[in-house]
Every structure is written in C-alpha cells, then in structure tokens.
Design a protein around this ligand. Sequence first.
Ligand code: FES
Length: 44
Amino acid sequence: MSRPEIPQRAPFVMDCQPGKYAWCTCGLSQKQPFCDGAHSRLPE
Ligand code: FES
C-alpha cells in the first residue's frame, strides 16, 4: 500500500473570486491547493 501525499499540514487560507476551481485531491500538484494535472502520473 502506498503512502498518501500530504502537501501541507495546515489549512490553505485563500481569498478566492467566484468561479470554478479544481482542487487537488491526489496531493501531487505543485500548485496546491489547485490541480495542475500531476494526477495523470497516478496508476488508474
Ligand atoms: S488532482 Fe492532484 S494534480 Fe490533479
């Protein structure tokens, strides 16, 4: 079993404008807390 990726051990505090955002749920993104497409490296 692989270990989970934990990008930060504290909350992300951000001011966000209304709109659509893709939150990273895999932990691999370099643009946390947003998805940068790095999840595509994960096996399906
Ligand atoms: S969900 Fe983590 S990089 Fe896309």
